[in-house]
Ligand binder design. Structure first.
Ligand code: ADP
Ligand code: MG
Length: 226
């Protein structure tokens, strides 16, 4: 369960405070698929970064399975992130100097898993890249890089998967494949999936849709913001 209570984000912009996410309350039960949609600049990535503990809110509490992550120190937060959250970025964010296999190993080595090597093999297999483990990111297509990034996000079996426009940088058919993988992951692992997307057909498949505009939730139907 993820609960947001009065979560907002204000940044400094040109020497003035600018609120990019207004106080938001949100409950996401475990196993739910939530789609976040809204125009560019509406605060989607800001919200996802807050949910992931990658950024701190200006006000409010973010409670993940009973723990208010805004109260955690850096080490505790890093530990919680490594155990509970897998994050998939729009631009993959793989480490360029590491092979696909090594990229997947990283989070497991941080978590000191003994089964890291066989698990990395299994994860590569799960995303259909068993024969690409020795390739560097620059030797892989965008879709392949994103599959490696998904395998890396799943490395420690996180109950929560967050994805920020994971297909935003891919052609349509590759993007469809990536989404199929994410939905399959969610089905098999019963993980919570919070997905930022511009794809309204995809958003329609979600249990809940959150439409943001100018840092606030919009209550009009998803179709209205096309
Ligand atoms: P989205 O993901 O919906 O496109 P973002 O969450 O990335 O939107 O950004 C929301 C708004 O906040 C945008 O107008 C963006 O320019 C602004 N913004 C985000 N981070 C900062 C920051 N650190 N400083 C100033 N403005 C920011
Ligand atoms: Mg964004």
């Amino acid at each position: 369960m993820i609960e947001l209570r009065g979560v907002s984000k204000t940044v400094e912009s040109g020497g003035r405070p600018l609120t990019i996410l207004h106080a938001l309350d949100l409950s996401i039960p475990s196993g739910q698929f939530v789609a976040i949609v809204g125009p560019s600049g509406s605060g989607k990535s800001t919200l996802l970064g807050l949910l992931a503990g990658l950024d701190a809110p200006s006000t409010g509490q973010i409670v993940i399975d009973g723990t208010d992550i805004t109260q955690l120190g850096e080490d505790q937060l890093a530990k919680l992130r490594s155990e509970k959250i897998g994050f998939v970025f729009q631009f993959f964010h793989l480490v360029p100097s590491l092979t696909a296999f090594e990229n997947i190993l990283v989070p497991m080595e941080i978590a000191r898993r003994r089964d890291a090597v066989p698990r990395a093999r299994q994860l590569l297999d799960e995303v259909g890249l068993s024969d690409r483990g020795h390739h560097y990111p620059s030797q892989l297509s965008g879709g392949e890089q994103q599959r490696v990034a998904i395998a890396r996000a799943l490395a420690n079996d996180p109950p929560i998967v967050l994805a920020d426009e994971p297909t935003g940088n891919l052609d349509t058919s590759t993007g469809k494949h990536i989404i199929e993988i994410l939905l399959e992951v969610r089905r098999i692992r019963r993980s919570t999936l919070v997905l930022v997307t511009h794809d309204h057909e995809l958003a329609a498949l979600a249990d809940t849709r959150l439409v943001l505009r100018d840092g606030r939730p919009v209550t009009t139907p998803v179709e209205a913001v096309r």
